[in-house]
Write a protein that binds this ligand. Structure first.
Ligand code: FES
Length: 149
């Protein structure tokens, strides 16, 4: 079996799909390898900095849908700072793996979460470090997941 049961489940019944009209942060990213795109919306409690709701939309493959669905489940109810630590590898692990040739698809979800948080920080005047700045996606020296692929 090429795909795990969890991947099939999240592909066929993706969680948290849709648009959020009153999002506090929106991240839109493209996958440098295939050109697929994803948009992620987050709602953040300003008092606690906890992500209270997440939604995503993607023009991506099944693996992108499954990883995004799992990523939304993993960050919902978590503080923003914790969501930023979510790596594509952790999402893939939570899905019991992806075929090697589809690993690049999982980068979309990680990137979209980071972009949504960055947008939230920008809109609220919250300072952040270089590690959260937009990754060019085509270098091999910054250590970013997308560049490690
Ligand atoms: Fe583009 Fe999977 S092939 S995200």
């Amino acid at each position: 079996m090429l795909y795990s049961e969890k991947v099939m489940d999240h592909f066929q019944n993706p969680r948290n799909v849709g648009k959020m009209e009153d999002a506090d942060g929106i991240g839109e990213v493209g996958n440098a390898k295939c050109g697929d795109i994803m948009r992620m919306y987050i709602k953040v409690d300003p008092e606690t900095q906890v992500i209270t709701d997440v939604k995503f939309n993607t023009f991506g493959c099944g693996s992108a849908i499954a990883t995004s669905s799992m990523a939304t489940e993993l960050i919902k109810g978590k503080p923003v700072s914790e969501a930023l630590e979510l790596s594509n590898h952790a999402v893939v692990e939570a899905l019991d793996g992806l075929p090697p040739q589809k690993l690049h698809c999982s980068v979309l979800a990680e990137e979209a979460v980071r972009a949504a948080v960055r947008d939230y920080y920008d809109k609220n005047g919250i300072a952040y470090g270089d590690e959260l700045r937009e990754c060019p996606g085509h270098c091999d020296s910054c250590g970013h997941a997308q560049c490690e692929e």
